[in-house]
Design a protein around this ligand. Structure first.
Ligand code: 6GU
Length: 260
């Protein structure tokens, strides 16, 4: 899978995507991440990438021409040089902006099915609306708070999506992890069995695989009820809870109809 990231601050990407799992995914050729400086596509003497808003008001707006030139150049370069599947596909062009649709595991899964994403990092007060109208496939936000720019959000998307690319992680950890099955994860322990007088739950060292699975499922349900009751209601509505799950939740005082 290919990621082209368009930013005014390419140096911000040096650390986060060149370590650990994403680094290995790139080395293995499963993921390609290229960062491009939007300023390289500004044509005036001062390499201007922003300007004052029409109609007045605070802040600056990212100009249409350099952004459009950057997007077009990236598409042209890839389409010319890649004789593979990515070249024949239209890229999804994603704008990172606090007024975009909220990013989630479901959106990550959807985007991970694309062979090629172009991520455009918004800055200042925003980008010229005509870019959004003509070149942007989808606008995405990573949460209800405001960052100084879209760069950190682009890294969050890249990390969350790249790890879903087949081969990047072992398949099991994707299936079991928080959010994929609509519940939070069960707690994890590793050696030593006693640490600072705290024991590992005996069931985990019992060797009874069935009992372990049951305990873990109940831990998932209990934690989700305590921490994210909204997720439990959604899981129930999506039919992800078994009769056993519902019976266990009833002992905790939860039922589908009683909103708590
Ligand atoms: Cl994508 N951009 C900015 N500037 N702030 C954000 C965001 C994005 N997502 C949450 N806050």
């Amino acid at each position: 899978m290919r990621f082209d990231i368009l930013t005014l601050f390419p140096a911000m990407f040096d650390g986060p995507l060149t370590e650990s799992i994403i680094k290995r995914a790139c080395q293995a050729g499963l993921v390609t991440i290229d960062v491009h400086n939007i300023r390289d596509y500004a044509t005036d003497r001062h390499r201007t990438t922003d300007d004052a808003p029409y109609g007045g008001g605070a802040g600056m707006v990212m100009k249409a021409e350099p952004l459009a030139a950057a997007i077009h150049a990236v598409i042209a370069a890839r389409t010319a040089t890649l004789p593979d599947a990515t070249a024949t596909q239209e890229p999804h062009v994603i704008l990172l902006t606090p007024d975009g649709e909220l990013f989630s595991q479901a959106v990550a899964q959807e985007l991970a099915r694309q062979p090629w994403l172009i991520l455009v990092c918004g800055h200042y007060e925003g980008v010229d609306e005509r870019i959004r109208e003509t070149l942007i496939t989808r606008a995405v936000s990573i949460g209800d708070y405001v960052l100084t720019g879209g760069e950190l959000a682009a890294m969050v998307l890249t990390d969350a999506i790249a790890r879903l690319v087949p081969g990047v992680l072992d398949a099991e950890s994707i299936v079991e992890e928080s959010h994929s099955d609509g519940l939070l994860e069960y707690p994890h322990y590793t050696r030593p069995a006693v640490w600072e007088q705290l024991n590992v739950p005996p069931i985990l060292v019992s060797g009874h695989h069935g009992e372990v699975a049951r305990w873990r499922r109940q831990q998932q349900l209990q934690r989700t009820l305590q921490r994210r009751p909204d997720m439990l209601a959604t899981a129930a509505a999506r039919g992800l809870l078994t009769p056993d799950d519902l019976a266990f939740l009833k002992t905790l005082g939860w039922s589908i109809d009683a909103k708590i």
